[in-house]
Design a binder for this molecule. Sequence first.
Ligand SMILES: C[S@@+](CC[C@H](N)C(=O)[O-])C[C@H]1O[C@@H](n2cnc3c(N)ncnc32)[C@H](O)[C@@H]1O
Length: 284
Amino acid sequence: MDQSTLPDHHNQGEDLEKLEIHLLLEGIYLNYGYDYRDYAYPSIRRRVWHRIHAEKLTTISSLLDKVLHDSSYFERLIADFSINVTEMFRDPLFFKAFKENVVPLLKTYPSIRIWHAGCSTGEEVYSMAILLHEVGLYEKTKIYATDINTDVLKTAKNGCFSLEHMKKYTNNYIQAGGEQAFSDYYKVTDAGVKFHSYLTENVVFAQHNLVTDSSFNEFHVILCRNVLIYFNKDLQNKVHQLFYNSLGKFGVLCLGNKESINYTAFNESYEDISSSQKIYKKIK
Ligand SMILES: C[S@@+](CC[C@H](N)C(=O)[O-])C[C@H]1O[C@@H](n2cnc3c(N)ncnc32)[C@H](O)[C@@H]1O
């Protein structure tokens, strides 16, 4: 027999693992309608093994079996898939650049629509509301804040955050060019800090899945920071198509600091407003 036709045992293990993960994601999609098939493989793989160990299982196929027959396994697995790390005024220089370069453009509009796609527990949304409040634009703005995960949206709506983060968030706020005392925006309660409700008066929180749901409005600004990093190239392009369709003329797209419009299918459709802070303007 020709040795070159024999499977390589090392690769066979990897190939089998890939096949089992493929079957798991396919099973989730067919049974529950959640599509993780084009999420970045290394991160999905890490999370699948984390769940297998947490459930005291040993194989991916045994996890698939549990996930298909008991939806509580499915809930716990997709909670692992969703990375919700966020903070207020995350990457403060982004907010500074937004204030300097995007706010003047927004001032020329009679009303403003902003979409935070993948808003997690809402810290980014509260930060934007504070910024817009300080430049006198909040009144005429409607913010749509969406995420795939309904648990994080509950926290976002509540506006209660842990007191221990406030020192860091205050520093971020100052670096972002904040003009008041950060503590003016919240009150300390037994449960932590509660941000004032006027900050969410013009915010709609809603579930939206970037992979399977379509465009629902036309926006002046879309922020999708630290979400696309978890998707593979095909899925990134698909979501960029959704953003392109959802932005009006000269609409502004904001990505996370490890993300970029370069090397996507939409590179030519935008120009840089701030290349270092990943802020782009739709030009065609
Ligand atoms: C790391 S957080 C980013 C939060 C915030 N934008 C920031 O930069 O701090 C990523 C969020 O994307 C959400 N997400 C993941 N896949 C999604 C999808 N298909 N549709 C909508 N949101 C998704 C996760 O649930 C999570 O809350």
